[in-house]
Design a protein around this ligand. Structure first.
Ligand SMILES: O=c1ccn([C@@H]2O[C@H](COP(=O)(O)OP(=O)(O)O[C@H]3OC[C@@H](O)[C@H](O)[C@H]3O)[C@@H](O)[C@H]2O)c(=O)[nH]1
Length: 342
């Protein structure tokens, strides 16, 4: 017989194993990272695994993530890897949930938009359900895309954004906006401990070579000796944060006391054409820069206001773009098998 909703509400959370109360038990921090085989996720895994008190569980469906990114941890006694899609429920006893799972490159999130919005909405609901059930603190990686094509510049967290509700980017930006709503509703209604980060454009080693985002495209093109494809007009701006800075911000947010939302990004702002010129100068002065068509609803400007991150987390990025690009170049050269000419 089906249970009434009332009976379901009375369901008790599972009791922790009695071993946890044994005087010999060493309580580790058990941490779930959804999307932990992805670009940012795998760097977060590396940082969290450095702490011997942490046990890390990665759940990933490998749509854009890859086992390659975390293969150095497979077999480690404090590490577990689960092939799992967050649109399905997951039951694991953890203390922290870093909920990153979602394709983040526009070409990938637009490839199967229905799946993208399901990942953002159902995936976040599932992870909030898990957090509620096991009493875990949960951090959502939201995005600067919640500001849409912003009319306020730079963007503070108080800005509500300028988002097309039914455009080709909506599966991602509206999806993340709903995910934020769910986080705050679970917090207000059920007292769940939440943290919300709004991540701005991030780059670094392990980005997919064919990720489609601008920094990875330009670096791969420069190494291969192909023209750099600046999507018109080229005057649109972005602010690029090196991945280790970003990961540092995520951990500070998780372990701090502020729910967020908090912008995490590097306020150094560049036009896409300036980025192309910098990549050309640093990596391959012989390549051409060509202008190609853009895609609909591309934001014309983007730069984080990080006043809140500085005040609340004591965080600000350390890597300037010119410091981070060579580190990413080295990784791309290794994976493409094209060493730097002496
Ligand atoms: O080859 C390219 C690729 C991209 N671009 C341009 O570069 C700019 C940045 O594009 P990207 O695809 O790297 O990333 P976007 O800023 O559009 O979206 C990103 O925003 C923040 C994150 O949440 C996500 O990772 C992603 O959605 C855009 O103006 C785009 O038109 C090029 O000029 N050439």
């Amino acid at each position: 017989m089906a249970k009434s909703p009332k009976e379901d509400n009375n369901k008790q959370p599972p009791l922790p194993s009695p071993l946890r109360f044994s005087k010999f038990f060493q309580p580790n921090m058990r941490i779930l990272i959804t999307g932990g085989a992805g670009f940012i996720g795998s760097h977060l895994v590396d940082r969290l695994m450095e702490n011997e008190k942490n046990e890390v569980i990665v759940a990933d469906n490998y749509f854009t993530g890859s086992k390659d990114n975390i293969k150095h941890w497979i077999g480690h006694p404090r590490f577990e890897l689960i092939r799992h899609d967050v649109t399905e429920t997951l039951l694991v006893e953890v203390d922290r949930i870093y909920h990153l799972a979602c394709p983040a490159s526009p070409i990938y999130y637009k490839y199967n938009p229905v799946k993208t919005i399901k990942t953002n909405v159902i995936g976040t609901l599932n992870m909030l359900g898990l957090a509620k059930r096991v009493g875990a603190r949960i951090l959502l990686t939201s995005t600067s895309e919640v500001y849409g094509d912003p009319l306020v510049h730079p963007q503070p967290e108080t800005y509500w954004g300028n988002v097309n509700p039914n455009g080709v980017r909506s599966c991602y930006d509206e999806g993340k906006r709903v995910a934020e709503t769910l986080m705050f509703d679970y917090h207000r209604q059920h007292g769940i401990e939440i943290r919300v980060a709004r991540i701005f454009n991030t780059y670094g080693p392990r980005m997919n070579i064919d990720d489609g985002r601008v920094v990875s495209n330009f670096i791969a093109q420069a190494i291969r000796g192909e023209s750099l494809t600046v999507q018109s007009p080229g005057s649109q701006t972005r602010s690029f944060c090196y991945v280790s800075d970003l990961v540092d911000g995520l951990i500070r947010l998780m372990e701090g006391s502020d729910t967020g939302p908090i912008n995490l990004g590097n306020p150094g702002e560049f036009t896409v054409l300036e980025l192309a010129e910098t990549v050309k100068e640093l990596i391959n002065p012989a390549v051409e820069i060509k202008t190609v068509d853009n895609t609909p609803d591309d934001p014309k400007q983007r730069k984080p206001d990080i006043t809140k991150a500085k005040e609340v987390l004591g965080w600000e990025p350390k890597f300037a773009l010119r410091d981070g690009l060579p580190l990413m170049e080295e990784d791309f050269r290794q994976r493409l098998g094209v060493p730097k000419a002496k």
